[in-house]
Design a protein around this ligand. Structure first.
Ligand SMILES: Nc1ncnc2c1ncn2[C@@H]1O[C@H](COP(=O)(O)OP(=O)(O)OP(=O)(O)O)[C@@H](O)[C@H]1O
Length: 243
């Protein structure tokens, strides 16, 4: 029709408030993620980062405010419903089943109704990002190291063919070289086309791979901007980078 339509963010969080009982944990939080972006959500322990991801994916529901994904109001949807729409949460505690093999873990993550070719190409994509997993398909997840389990958890997310991944502290508790490998993998997942919202307390390395970032402090967004600018910001350097 020749009309220009304003591009809508893939994810829009608009004025979200959330409390656990009387404890107000999110205060008027707004943020957006454009299609294809890698956005970092930074902040210290207890700032509300996990709670915000849970509100977004439907593990909990905002008290007020709205969440839109791909143009649809998803504020009140349950986690399985956001997952079906391609908004996939990879939680901090991984929530893997230790008795299952990697192959079984992938099988339950793959949406029903996908044809075999699509499933094969999803697997190929996973093995391109995490080549170590290919020879371990029959290994039980509970026998793997923390770093390998994090790879399985992110791969399970990828096997559900997401448009957007919500990654909660994927490098938590990992040795520095493994954490670097995981961050490198996240960068490659994003370059291959998946939009990412990355929660991290490791501000510097998250800013290295992010396009933009938001800083959450005591439930409020206190800073936001391009990653390169936030890296130079005195406030971020003092509060989060120990400089
Ligand atoms: N189920 C719960 N019931 C009551 N309070 C909670 C619950 N979960 C989290 N909180 C509180 O909400 C606040 C925000 O927690 P949240 O886990 O969202 O922060 P975070 O920024 O993700 O921190 P962390 O990095 O420690 O996970 C904290 O004060 C926390 O103690």
């Amino acid at each position: 029709m020749g009309e220009t339509t304003a591009r809508e963010p893939l994810l829009a969080v608009e004025g979200v408030d959330f409390s656990y009982g009387r404890a107000r944990v999110l205060r008027d939080v707004s943020l957006s993620v454009e299609p294809g972006e890698l956005v970092a959500l930074l902040g210290s322990n207890g700032a509300g980062k996990t709670t915000l991801l849970e509100n977004v994916s439907g593990l909990s529901t905002p008290d007020s405010g709205a969440i839109r994904f791909d143009g649809e109001d998803v504020t009140s949807l349950a986690a399985n419903e956001t997952w079906e729409r391609g908004l996939v949460h990879v939680p901090e505690d991984r929530k893997l089943f230790p008795e299952m093999t990697i192959a079984e873990t992938f099988a339950i993550a793959t949406p029903r109704g996908l044809d075999d070719d699509t499933v094969s190409s999803l697997r190929e994509r996973v093995f391109e990002i995490f080549p170590d997993l290919e020879s371990r398909l029959d290994q039980r997840v509970g026998t793997m190291s923390g770093g390998q389990q994090q790879m399985v958890s992110m791969s399970r997310g990828l096997m559900s063919d997401p448009d957007m991944l919500l990654l909660d502290e994927p490098t938590l508790g990992l040795a520095p070289d493994l954490a670097a490998d995981i961050l490198d993998a996240i960068g490659r997942i994003n370059e291959a086309g998946t939009t990412v919202l990355l929660v991290s307390q490791q501000a510097l390395s998250a800013l290295d791979i992010a396009d933009r970032a938001y800083v959450l402090d005591n439930g409020e967004v206190t800073l936001s901007g391009p990653a390169t600018e936030l890296k130079r910001s005195d406030e971020v350097r003092e509060a989060y980078l120990g400089m």
